[in-house]
Design a protein around this ligand. Sequence first.
Ligand SMILES: NC(=O)c1ccc[n+]([C@@H]2O[C@H](COP(=O)([O-])OP(=O)(O)OC[C@H]3O[C@@H](n4cnc5c(N)ncnc54)[C@H](O)[C@@H]3O)[C@@H](O)[C@H]2O)c1
Ligand SMILES: [Mg+2]
Ligand SMILES: [Zn+2]
Length: 276
Amino acid sequence: MSARWTTAVLDPNTPGGLAVAHCAEGFLVDANGALFPRDWLRRQDLDVVCEHGIGHFDGQPVFLLELRSAQAPQGCSWRGLRQFMLEGDSDTYTLLGYAAQIATWAREHRFCGSCGQAMVQIQWERAMYCAGCELRSYPRISPSMIVLITRGDEILLARSPRFVTGVYSTLAGFAEPGESAEDCLVREVREEVALEVKNLQYVGSQCWPFPHSMMLGFHAEYAGGEIVMQADEIEDAQWFSVHALPPLPAGRSIARYLIDLYVARRLGLAEPVLPR
Ligand SMILES: NC(=O)c1ccc[n+]([C@@H]2O[C@H](COP(=O)([O-])OP(=O)(O)OC[C@H]3O[C@@H](n4cnc5c(N)ncnc54)[C@H](O)[C@@H]3O)[C@@H](O)[C@H]2O)c1
Ligand SMILES: [Mg+2]
Ligand SMILES: [Zn+2]
C-alpha cells in the first residue's frame, strides 16, 4: 500500500484498466514503464498462465498477467524487480513487489497440493480453491528476522557468498515452525556467527518480495562469545567501527536502515526513515 497504490481483489472478467505482465525475467516495460493499458496488452498474443485483479493505482484498476514465456512485444523488454527496488519510484516498486508475490504464488498454486486437481480463483478474497477437497491456498509470506548487533561504537556485519562483492550487511534468517521472533533471532545469530545477544529490541518491519519475505527488524547488544562463521552461509563477519564502515546494502533495505539508524544515534545525526 502507498498513497497511489491500494490492493484489492478484482474480477478479471471486468473490462478495461491497467495491467502489468510478469514472467521469470521480471516485468515487461516500455518507454512509459511497467503499467500498460490492459486492452493493448491483451492484443499482444502473450502466453498467459493466469490473470489476477490486484488493486488500484491512482484510482485505476490494475490486473496482473502471469506469462509462461519471456517473449516481449516489439518496443518492450524485461526488467527485474530488483532494478525497480534500486531505481524505481516507491509507489511503482510497492505495486510491483505485490504483483510479483501474487504472480509467484498464483503460478505455484494452479494445482491442489493435497489432491492434485486444478484450482480456481476465489472472487472475493485472494485465495485459490480446490473444488475436489475444498482446500484454500493463500499467498505465502515468509517471516524473516534481521538484526543489527552492536557493542558500543562497533557493529557486527557479515557477508554471504550471495552478496555483491565487498558489501557487508546485518544478519538475517527465516523463522522456523514453533519459534517466536526472538527465538529465531537468537538461533540465527548462534548458527551464523556463534555469538550470544541480549536486550533485543524490535525496530520495524519491511515487505521484502524476493520472493516473499516479511522482514522483522531488531537491534540487539552483544552478550558474549567469539565469532565462528557458519560454513557456506557466511563468508566473512567482523566488528566495524561506526567511524569506518565497509560498503553497505542498498538504501531501500531494512538492513541499511538498521545500520543508518544506529550510526545516526551514536553520532548525533538526523535519524533516517524506514523505507516501505
Ligand atoms: N531487506 C533486507 O534488508 C534484507 C537483508 C538481508 C536478508 N534479507 C532477506 O531475508 C531473508 C532471509 O535471509 P537469509 O537468506 O540470510 O536466510 P537464512 O539465513 O535462513 O538462510 C537462507 C537459506 O534458508 C533456506 N530457505 C529459503 N527459503 C526459505 C523459507 N521460506 N523458509 C525457510 N528456509 C528457507 C535456504 O536453504 C536458504 O539457502 C531472505 O529473503 C533475504 O533476501 C533481506
Ligand atoms: Mg542468513
Ligand atoms: Zn484438492
